[in-house]
Design a protein around this ligand. Structure first.
Ligand code: NAP
Length: 249
């Protein structure tokens, strides 16, 4: 990635404390962006921001529980007082509460929809307007291949991820006249804390379904995100990019 690609941009990455979000934050920072690392716990986003600064990049930490619209609105208000505009928004924070539908509690449905999908609405509503005024912006929503295919035991998660894809396509149309692009990435199985919790049999089954015969690395997703956030991707909007070792073709 060219170092000039996202220079001098301000970027918000949610779920940047660990896993995919942290790799995206590091990648954008390497490309020159000032990255606001958002996560639920102060220690996790704090460590991510510190590590970026230690490597010579620019980063701040911001602890926000994205399941709260009020916390998101307050955070965005504070951000827009400090920075005239947030140019790049990566909605990556997400959780799973897996179960077969008849065993799924309503609160597991709601917490996954609220954290994974409704949060995107709040972030984009608060940060999208200054982007449209500036006539430059990049929004990347980290969905999942199960938002395209569905998955038994993940009705809540798949619905949230499919919702992110619908949101992405609708807003790509709404914001296109102002040169703000909106795209989604649909990762397959990526090696992170989220997938380390999975049963070994589930992992073996998943591996068998991946043509490239390995789980993805967080960097595989970060590279795609960095491209979509760069000037090089100015003619790309409303798309869903599967990064999954060939699982969904
Ligand atoms: P992860 O390792 O579990 O990390 C999740 C990150 O999200 C953490 O930084 C966590 O904050 C943050 N987060 C969770 N709930 C939050 C909340 N309520 N408020 C603020 N931050 C919150 O997850 P990952 O595997 O990197 O996944 C990242 C994204 O990719 C998710 O949206 C996930 O659905 C998607 N995805 C992952 C895979 C995969 O195979 N790993 C596949 C497809 C899609 P703390 O650090 O403070 O806990």
């Amino acid at each position: 990635m060219n170092e000039d690609t996202v220079k001098k941009r301000v970027a918000v990455v949610t779920g940047a404390g660990r896993g995919i979000g942290r790799a995206i934050a590091e990648s954008l920072a390497r490309d020159g962006a000032h990255v606001i690392c958002v996560s639920k716990s102060e220690s996790s986003c704090g460590a991510a921001a510190e590590s970026i600064r230690e490597q010579g990049g620019h980063a701040d930490a911001l602890a926000v529980d994205v399941s709260s619209g009020e916390q998101i609105r307050n955070a965005c208000e504070a951000l827009l007082e400090k920075h005239e505009c947030v140019d790049i928004l990566v909605n990556n924070a997400g959780i799973t509460r897996d179960n077969l539908l008849f065993r799924m509690e309503a609160e597991d449905w709601e917490s996954v929809i609220t954290t994974n999908l409704t949060s995107c609405f709040h972030w984009i509503k608060a940060l999208g307007r200054p982007m449209t005024r500036k006539r430059w912006g990049r929004i990347v929503n980290v969905a999942s291949v199960v938002g395209l295919t569905g998955n038994a035991g993940q009705a809540n998660y798949s619905a949230a991820k499919a919702g992110m894809i619908g949101l992405t396509k609708s807003l790509a149309r709404e914001f296109s006249a102002r040169s703000v692009t909106v795209n989604a990435i649909a990762p397959g199985f990526i090696d992170t804390d989220m997938t380390s919790e999975l049963d070994e049999r589930v992992k073996e089954g998943a591996l068998g379904a991946i043509p490239l015969k390995r789980f993805g690395k967080v960097e595989d997703i970060a590279e795609m995100a960095a491209f979509l956030c760069s000037d090089k991707a100015s003619y790309v909007t409303g798309q869903v990019f599967t990064v999954d070792g060939g699982m969904v073709m």
